[in-house]
Write a protein that binds this ligand. Structure first.
Ligand SMILES: Cc1ncc(COP(=O)(O)O)c(C=O)c1O
Length: 460
């Protein structure tokens, strides 16, 4: 029997170095939450037992990555580490021009300052918030074109990250020459980490090419997306994951990448292209803001660790485990009666807090109520993605993002148990009211106070 046919998810690694996790009493967590103004971003990490705030830059490096780190070449120009990274990126993606940068938003910033003119339009399945901010900073308009099922938490469609092709046709016709770029975010983070099908990437690429518009990927989770194509899209079972990844990149003119996700490094990013004209512009902007073209704001050792991480992210055993552990988490919550977004995405579990705590109106932040309750109950830190993060949001979610290779199945079992206890008393959860609201990106530093369930206005 192959190992994956067993019910137990076996982590495809053994542990060489361990890091203790903090355990606090409920009273200590209550005090920490009050000190933090009931905002989990304000907690100190040593007040958190299971930290599911993000999967970005929080992964564990492998022994090979640590070894590569020691071997890093810190020469200012033309280092050996750079040569290793360039070769790996070219081999995985086929992009001739590779530029390192310190993280994903640095790549987006360079894109925004070079090839996205003021007054133009960028079309994307769903822009991640930093991508949107960099496009808007350039004086351009960022337009999201997700498929309608992306907004339905219960719809089991396998590729809810796709772009709506009719909406794309309509946007291309409407905006014409003003469209500076078409992008696809793989996987679609803002829409629940849902994957984009190869069929959709092909269709979007063909339309962009026909219109003569550059087509770029946001490839932060390229390996997870390639894996979902492998297991969910007809005709790709026999195609290897690296081949699928290569086909995805072959359809694009370039990509931005936050390497803190599928690069499995704690810091790093990439901006790559096959267009020489773009490369020349990117290069100058990179030197201005990030560093010389062979290090781009990173240490040589970071480049070496990334070269190894990108290859490890395409490993079949790793990806099978990654998918299985997110699915296990999603199904475990579902089985204890917690409403979750389905099907499972690639990097996180999303609890439908609106359905879990229907007595809390959106303006009293049901997502924050559930997130805070998970922390208070068992020290599990997630993040609200609802009307606190996006005022006027239609879905009230809590995202529990799973760092790569960090937690084991028993940590997940514990988090499910914590959520089950919260669900048992969901009707008693308080809502929250803002006591301090910063002018933008308020969820990061807002402070709140609880409003007891019995004092909440009844939903009409
Ligand atoms: C899809 C996507 N694009 C871009 C970024 C920005 O990357 P970074 O945080 O490395 O700047 C992120 C980060 O979460 C992301 O998920």
């Amino acid at each position: 029997m192959e190992h994956w046919s067993y019910r137990t998810i076996i982590e495809p690694f053994r542990i060489k170095a361990v890091e203790p996790i903090p355990f606090l009493t409920r009273e200590e967590r209550q005090a920490a939450l009050e000190r933090a103004g009931h905002n989990l971003f304000n907690l100190s990490a040593d007040e958190v037992t299971i930290d599911l705030l993000t999967d970005s830059g929080t992964g564990s490096m492998s022994a090979k990555q640590w070894a590569a780190l020691m071997d890093g070449d810190e020469s200012y120009a033309g280092s050996r580490s750079w040569a290793q990274l360039q070769e790996v990126v070219q081999q995985i993606t086929g992009m001739p021009y590779v530029l390192p940068c310190h993280q994903g938003r640095a790549a987006e910033r360079i894109l925004g300052r070079t090839v996205i003119p003021a007054g133009s339009v960028v079309l994307n399945n769903t822009h991640f918030d930093t991508t949107r901010a960099n496009i808007e900073q350039a004086g351009a308009q960022a337009v999201d074109l997700p498929v309608p099922v992306a907004h339905d938490p219960g719809d089991p469609s396998p590729f809810k990250g796709d772009m709506d092709l009719d909406a794309l046709d309509e946007a291309l016709a409407r905006h014409g020459d003003r469209v500076a770029m078409v992008m696809l975010t793989l996987t679609n983070n803002a829409a629940g980490g849902q994957p984009v099908s190869m069929q959709n990437i092909e269709a979007v690429s063909a339309r962009a090419r026909a219109a003569g518009i550059p087509f770029y990927l946001d490839a932060a989770r390229f390996a997870e997306n390639a894996w979902f194509i492998h297991v969910r899209e007809p005709g790709y079972r026999e195609v290897s994951v690296p081949e699928i990844a290569r086909r995805m990149f072959d359809l694009a003119d370039g990509f931005t990448m936050s390497a803190k996700k599928d690069g499995i490094v704690n810091i790093g990013g990439l901006l790559c292209t096959r267009r020489e004209d773009h490369y020349e512009k990117f290069k100058n902007e990179l030197i201005l803001g990030e560093g010389f073209v062979t290090y781009g704001g990173l240490a040589g050792r970071d480049l070496s660790a990334l070269a190894v991480g990108l290859q490890e992210a395409l490993d079949t055993d790793y990806l099978r485990y990654r998918e299985a552990s997110i699915a296990y988490f999603t199904e475990g919550l579902d089985q204890v009666g917690i409403p979750v977004v389905k099907p499972p995405g690639g990097h996180a579990v999303f609890i439908d807090a609106g359905a879990m705590a229907p007595h809390i109106p959106a303006e009293f932040f049901p997502g924050q109520a559930v997130a805070n309750a998970l922390y208070l109950e068992g020290g599990v830190r997630g993040v609200e993605i609802g009307s606190l993060m996006f005022p006027g949001a239609t879905m009230q979610l809590v995202r529990l993002a799973v760092p790569r290779r960090v937690y084991t199945q028993s940590h997940v079992d514990y988090a499910i148990e914590v959520a089950e206890r919260v669900a048992a008393r969901a009707a008693e959860l308080p809502g929250y009211r803002l006591t301090h609201e910063p002018p933008f990106l308020r969820h990061f530093s807002a402070r709140m106070e609880p409003v007891p369930a019995e004092r909440l206005p009844r939903r009409g």
